[in-house]
Design a protein around this ligand. Structure first.
Ligand code: UD1
Ligand code: UDP
Length: 375
């Protein structure tokens, strides 16, 4: 078969790696289209190198912009690329603007698409990611759900159950397959850190970064940290921090908050593995904290990764200084106890295999997009 994957942002490179490997192993043709949403070396090429993903067949170089501009540019270019390649199936990943554009471009050409990480819902339509997930799931034909809750969400929205598959979490597969390589990273030596002597943090979601008052409240809450926070900072956040002069206003202590460039995947995983606990607003990092058994404080008021909360490893602290401070204390205590948490079904190294098995067996994928002969 000829399968075309649309990727564009950091987490999508992590997700496409095992799919590419499995498709190639079985002799399928796999075309990788990079929309160009992320373009800095640290957010893009570093991942292709470390995860041995082949160079993308296309880079559409859309770059940054408003949601409308970026998604529109992607849709225009993807429409042309997909029309030229005529794949049997388009694969889309996660919940970024590249996901939405990929799903739209495919369905407009009546080419079937499959969503890897279908069915996650935060039920918060102010998040750009929630809009992307809902629209993508509505218009694609195959839904590869990471969890049983995601399956339920899809069924509740009336999605055709013939196209819903509990495949497990693709991000967990990449993590589990790369643990040994990550262990060899020398990132701790480079940063002069001792295992379990620090907290690792990521923070980049629009709702947290783009409102100066909210960003300041977060950093005020973080000031009560029990350990130094190592913060590989996304360029979006870096720009906002300096635009709003947030760190000065929050009287931040550079001994307690160490800001560094975004890390390549294996170094970041090593930093997570050896941390005392994790603070984040990322979707993928919440999942990784569960797999690695690291307590997590999530700087959001909701999460689509509900299993991480149910497992008792993750806690929502929003952007409230008091809640953040209390959650940091609880995470510290949990980390001291080293609690065992329950890993959801199929979060293992067979996720890509389940997905490709389904694609191979689903010979009627294109039926739902066929225009009946009588028309
Ligand atoms: C996007 C996703 C988000 C995901 C994140 C992963 C959407 C709506 N959001 O957010 O769900 O969690 O990727 O990291 O798709 N920038 C650079 N260099 C780059 C890329 C971006 O400097 O290589 C800066 C630009 O100023 C840009 C800003 O970051 O305007 C935001 O980038 P964008 O791709 O729009 O969204 P992310 O915040 O990265
Ligand atoms: N990640 C990384 N380096 C960093 C920060 C994150 O390699 O400096 C990885 C992380 O391990 C996870 C993925 O990026 O696999 C998560 O992506 P991100 O948080 O950007 O997006 P989200 O999951 O929120 O959509």
């Amino acid at each position: 078969m000829k399968i075309l994957s649309v990727v564009g942002a950091r987490p999508q490179f992590v997700k496409v790696a095992p799919i590419d490997e499995e498709l190639k192993k079985r002799g399928h043709e796999h075309i990788i289209v990079h929309t160009g949403q992320h373009y800095d070396y640290e957010l893009s090429k570093a991942f292709f190198e470390q995860l041995s993903i082949p160079e993308p067949d296309y880079n559409l170089e859309v770059g940054s912009g408003t949601h409308a501009h970026q998604t529109g540019m992607m849709l225009t270019s993807l429409g042309d690329t997909i029309a030229e390649e005529k794949p049997d199936l388009v694969l889309i990943y996660g919940d970024t603007n590249s996901t939405l554009a990929g799903a739209l471009a495919a369905v407009k050409l009546l080419i079937p698409s499959g969503h890897i990480e279908a069915g996650y819902r935060s039920f918060d339509m102010t998040m750009p990611e929630e809009i992307n997930r809902i629209v993508a799931d509505k218009i694609c034909q195959l839904h590869f759900a990471p969890t049983e809750t995601a399956v339920k969400n899809l069924k509740n929205e009336g999605i055709n159950t013939d196209g819903i598959f509990l495949s497990g979490d693709i991000m967990a597969e990449t993590l589990l397959k790369n643990l040994d390589k990550a262990k060899n990273s020398d990132v701790l030596e480079k940063l002069n850190l001792k295992p379990e002597s620090y907290i690792v943090m990521t923070l980049h979601r629009q709702e947290n970064t783009d409102d100066p008052r909210r960003l300041k409240r977060i950093f005020t809450g973080l000031a009560s940290t029990p350990l130094p926070i190592i913060f590989p900072c996304h360029p979006r956040t870096e720009k906002r921090l300096s635009d709003f002069k947030t760190l000065e206003k929050a009287h931040y202590d550079p001994e307690k908050l160490i800001i560094i460039k975004p890390l390549p995947y294996l170094d970041f995983i090593k930093l997570e593995m050896e941390s005392f606990f994790v603070i984040t607003d990322s979707g993928g990092v919440q999942e990784e904290s569960l797999v690695l058994g690291k307590p997590c404080v999530t700087l959001r008021y909701n999460t689509e990764r509900v299993e991480t909360i149910e497992a008792g490893i993750n806690e929502l602290a929003g952007a409230d200084p008091q809640l953040i401070s209390e959650a940091l204390n609880r995470a510290y205590k949990k980390a001291e106890k080293k609690i065992e948490s329950k890993i959801p079904l199929h979060w293992d190294t067979q996720v890509s295999k389940r997905i490709v098995d389904t694609i191979e067996n689903k010979t009627d994928i294109s039926e739902s997009l066929k225009i009946p002969d009588s028309f």
